[in-house]
Design a protein around this ligand. Sequence first.
Ligand SMILES: Nc1ncnc2c1ncn2[C@@H]1O[C@H](COP(=O)(O)OP(=O)(O)OP(=O)(O)O)[C@@H](O)[C@H]1O
Ligand SMILES: [Mg+2]
Length: 226
Amino acid sequence: MSSVPVLLPTTLVLSVRDVAVGHDGHPALRGIDVDAHAGRLLVVSGPNGSGKSTLLSVAAGLLTPQSGTVEVRPGTRTALVPQSTPLPAHLPLTVFDLVAMGTWARLGFWRPARKADRAAVTAAIAKVGLTGLSRRRIGTLSGGQRQRALLAQALVQRADLVLLDEPMAALDAHSRTVIADAVDHLVATGAAVIAVTHDPGEFHRIDDRLALEDGRVVELLSERTR
Ligand SMILES: Nc1ncnc2c1ncn2[C@@H]1O[C@H](COP(=O)(O)OP(=O)(O)OP(=O)(O)O)[C@@H](O)[C@H]1O
Ligand SMILES: [Mg+2]
């Protein structure tokens, strides 16, 4: 019996159309089209300088394209975990505080934290393997630990669009598995996840792949039928 692909309805969370971006006159993205769907993992790869981080900045709304359109589904909560975040070591903010800020996006920061919120923060910190560091100041964390703390914040935030810039590049083998599990959790709970990586094999299951080269899409593949 031949198998017929089942076409499931999906929700378009992000739609990037014919986008061009330049940094100081140098083109970083040219004529880019990208879609991200709820409950799917899109992996973006490509050589250094091919525009991967620029694409995430555009998707996060941090960078305005020179031409083209970027549409995000109304009501979308976006979380970005950058490649590196320079922070002063003395910044008086602990891992717990940073992750707890994820509840503000959903509930407003004026509402006092409830027991359930604190439990969600503790659970997210455990999910990214940072339990022992929850009282540490974020400025004293290593790059990989800092990315994991931001990922925990995205979990707490229940972000609908999660943008991860090389989330495993600075991690040991055990931590990679921990993060791959957290990404599975985000996708299973309906988030659209876009992850930049040089090693797609570090994820358990990929839905869509995009390869960039010199600011252009050179390959777009769907691994799982929608
Ligand atoms: N703030 C900036 N000012 C000037 N040029 C920039 C800036 N940010 C990026 N670029 C340039 O834009 C291009 C794309 O950079 P981008 O950081 O998006 O690449 P990338 O694919 O993420 O690379 P990597 O794998 O090294 O992280 C590169 O040529 C880079 O030098
Ligand atoms: Mg980059």
